[in-house]
Design a protein around this ligand. Structure first.
Ligand code: 13P
Length: 265
C-alpha cells in the first residue's frame, strides 16, 4: 500500500504554550481513533519546541508515568548538511534525531528564497538527513512569474533532475517530495486539482525515469479543511504539506479526517 502523509509545517509561528496546546489537541483526537498504518501524520514545530513536542508525542510527558506513544510523528523544518561544527545558529540532522524527530522538511521555498538555498545544498541536506535516519520532505515548485511564462515544467523538472544528480535516485526514493507552487503558499489561492495533478504526474514520471518510483508526492499551498478532500481524491496526490491550516487543531484535524476518509483501505 502506498504511503500517504499529512504534514503540518508550523513555520515561525506559536509561542511555547500555544505549541503545547496545539499538539495536545491534535494528539488527543488522533490517538482516540485508529489511523491506518499507511497514513502518516507529522507535525513540524519551530526548533525550540521540538523537544517538548517529541516528548509529548512519546507519551513520556507529565508526572503520571508513561502514557501510550502517539502515532503522530515529530518533524523539523530544516537541518544543516554537516553533522557537527562551527555553524552558528544551525541544527544538524543527528541532533534532530536525538530529540525525537523522524522527518525533516528540506528546501522549502522560504529557505530557497530567504536563505539562498540551491538544489545542490538541498541535496546535501537530503543526504545528511537520510544518513541520520530522518525522512526528508523535499519541497519543489515554481513561482507565479515562472508559471505565467509557461516555465512550470522546465523549472520543476530541473529541480528534480538536479536533486537526483547531487543526492542520487536512491535518496529521492527514500524521501517524500512536496510540490508547493510559490504562488499558492499562504495566499489562499490554492492550485486547482487539475493544476496539481498535472505537475504531480510530471514529477512522478521524472522520478520514475530516474529510478525513484516509490516517492510519495504531497501537494502544499493553501490546503484547508474545505479543499483537502478534493486533493486526496486525486490519483497523483499522496498527501498534503499544510502551513496556516496546521496552526489550528480544528482545521488540521479536519484535513486528517479527509485523508482517513479518502484512504481508509
Ligand atoms: P500554506 O498552507 O499556509 O499555504 O503554506 C504551505 C506551506 O508552505 C507548507 O510548507
Amino acid at each position: 500500500m502506498k504511503q500517504r502523509i499529512v504534514a503540518g509545517n508550523w513555520k515561525m509561528n506559536t509561542l511555547m504554550h500555544e505549541a503545547s496546546r496545539l499538539v495536545e489537541e491534535v494528539q488527543q483526537e488522533v490517538d482516540a481513533r485508529v489511523i491506518p498504518s499507511h497514513i502518516d501524520i507529522v507535525v513540524c514545530p519551530p526548533f525550540p519546541w521540538i523537544s517538548d513536542t517529541a516528548v509529548r508525542l512519546s507519551g513520556n510527558h507529565g508526572t503520571h508515568g508513561s502514557k501510550k506513544a502517539s502515532v503522530i510523528r515529530c518533524g523539523a523544518q530544516d537541518c544543516h548538511h554537516e553533522v557537527f561544527g562551527a555553524f552558528t545558529g544551525d541544527v544538524s540532522a543527528p541532533m534532530l534525531v536525538d530529540v525525537g524527530c523522524r522527518d525533516v522538511i528540506v528546501g522549502h521555498s522560504e529557505r530557497r528564497q530567504f536563505h539562498g538555498e540551491t538544489n545542490e545544498l538541498i541535496a546535501r541536506k537530503i543526504t545528511a538527513a537520510l544518513r541520520a535516519g530522518l525522512r526528508p520532505i523535499v519541497c519543489i515548485g515554481e513561482s507565479s512569474d515562472e508559471r505565467a511564462r509557461g516555465r512550470t515544467t522546465e523549472v520543476v523538472s530541473e529541480q528534480i533532475d538536479e536533486l537526483i544528480t547531487y543526492a542520487g535516485a536512491e535518496a529521492l526514493n527514500a524521501s517524500v517530495v512536496a510540490y508547493e507552487p510559490l504562488w499558492a503558499i499562504g495566499t489562499g489561492v490554492a492550485a486547482t486539482t487539475g493544476q496539481a495533478q498535472e505537475v504531480h504526474a510530471l514529477i512522478r514520471s521524472r522520478l520514475t525515469a530516474h529510478g525513484a518510483p516509490d516517492t510519495p508526492i504531497l501537494y502544499g499551498g493553501s490546503v484547508n479543511a474545505t479543499n483537502a478532500a478534493d486533493y486526496f481524491a486525486c490519483s497523483e496526490i499522496d498527501g498534503a504539506l499544510v502551513g496556516g491550516a496546521a496552526l489550528s487543531s480544528t482545521t488540521f484535524l479536519a484535513i486528517i479526517n479527509a485523508a482517513c476518509t479518502a484512504w481508509s483501505e
